[in-house]
Every structure is written in C-alpha cells, then in structure tokens.
Design a binder for this molecule. Structure first.
Ligand code: 3PG
Length: 215
C-alpha cells in the first residue's frame, strides 16, 4: 500500500471524480476506469453510497486505487479510512478535517483557491493541494501566479473543477501539476445507464492525453 499522497495519486495523471448513487455500480465502474488506464479514482462523499462503494472497490478490484473525495468533516474522514480509502481529498482547507486525516495516517489532499489557503495548508504539513474550483478560480494562469511565490516550497497541485479533455493538456504542461481531477470521465447519464464501455473509452481518451503530455 502506498502511503504518501504523491505516490498514491501521481502516476495516473487524471483522477476521475465520481458521484455514485448506487454502490453496486462501484465495482464495474472501477474496472472500466482501470481498463481505460485510470486506476486511481476519487469517490465523493456527496452521496450515502460513497463508503460502501470504496469498500467494494477495495475488496473486488485490486487493480484500482479508490480514494474518498468531498471530505467535509472529521467523521467523514474516519468513515473513508474505515472503508479502506487509499487517500482523501477535500474541496477546501478545514484544519479539523486535515488534522483527522493526519491522525489516521490517511494520505490527504486539502483544497485551496487562494494564496492564504495555500499558505495555511503548507504550514499544516501538506505538500500537495487540490486547486478548486480550478477554472472558476483562475485556471492555469492562477496556478502559475501562485507558483511564482510558492514554487520554492515544492508544492504540487491537483486542479479540479472545470477541467476536461479540451483543457487537460494545458494543465499537464505545468510540471508542478501532479494530476487533474474531474467528473467528465464518468458522465452522470453514462453511469445511470450502466454504460461502462463509454466510461472506459473516456478514461482511455484522458489517459492518451496524459501520455502525450507526460510521456
Ligand atoms: C470536484 O469536486 O472535484 C468537482 O466538482 C469536479 O468538477 P467538474 O465536475 O467540473 O469536473
């Protein structure tokens, strides 16, 4: 089991962000994503099915690495850890949530959108942050501006929010961007219809863009 957030999420280049209503879909979904070349998946705690979905992937899809997203409370961090999440992600920087992840030894990526939040996340001991909501908060330009001041810290970003197949390459051209997250790989209608073929194809398309950008 990988222990650091960078080694856990870094290799894939793209992290599908999943909103799942039915935990029974978790296993075929994770298999489709892994088949398309994206084994690391963020299951958001926006639905009641999240913990069961992570546990099912952990149990039945060894080639996948499920993490927990949208962690908004210490209790959700505990639930994610109990379910077997390999990592946790939050949209913002909440010291109580961040501390719980550290206490439990869960590799964790807090969210930031400003220089002040980034500064706080670094002070709390995090070296990798989710930049959210990426496009609305200034996109690649904002990340490059933040790096002007913060590159010396060695921080890495995972932009999420408005990233898609059209702008992915522009993000991945920035070396300090470790991976991009996004929901575009798992469209709501495809998941509702159980169209895992389409999801695998979208994952393969994203993976090809990562390969073109990063080799
Ligand atoms: C997230 O929580 O990471 C975002 O809601 C994903 O944003 P997207 O739907 O624009 O990819």
């Amino acid at each position: 089991m990988k222990t650091g957030i960078r080694e856990t999420i870094g290799g894939a280049g793209v992290i599908p962000v999943v909103v799942i209503e039915n935990a029974e879909q978790a296993v075929p979904l994770a298999r489709a994503l892994a088949e398309g070349g994206l084994p690391v998946v963020e299951i958001t705690f926006r639905t009641a099915a999240a913990a069961a979905a992570i546990a099912a992937i952990r149990r039945e899809v060894p080639q996948a690495t499920p993490g927990a997203g949208t962690l908004l409370s210490p209790a959700q961090v505990q639930a994610a850890k109990d379910a077997g999440a390999a990592f946790g992600v939050a949209p913002g920087f909440d010291p109580a949530v961040a501390r719980e992840a550290q206490r439990l030894g869960l590799p964790f990526c807090p969210g930031v959108a400003t220089a002040s939040e980034l500064s706080q996340a670094l002070s709390a001991g995090f070296d990798t942050v989710k930049f959210f909501p990426a496009e609305a908060a200034g996109g690649v330009k904002m990340i490059k501006n933040l790096l002007g001041a913060f590159r010396c810290t060695g921080v890495k970003f995972m932009p999420t929010g408005g990233v898609n197949a059209d702008n992915l390459a522009a993000y991945l051209a920035v070396p300090e961007i470790i991976a991009c997250g996004g929901t575009w790989i798992v469209p709501k209608d495809a998941l509702a219809a159980g169209d895992y073929g389409r999801i695998a194809a979208l994952a393969a398309e994203a993976r090809a863009l990562v390969r073109a950008a990063r080799g």
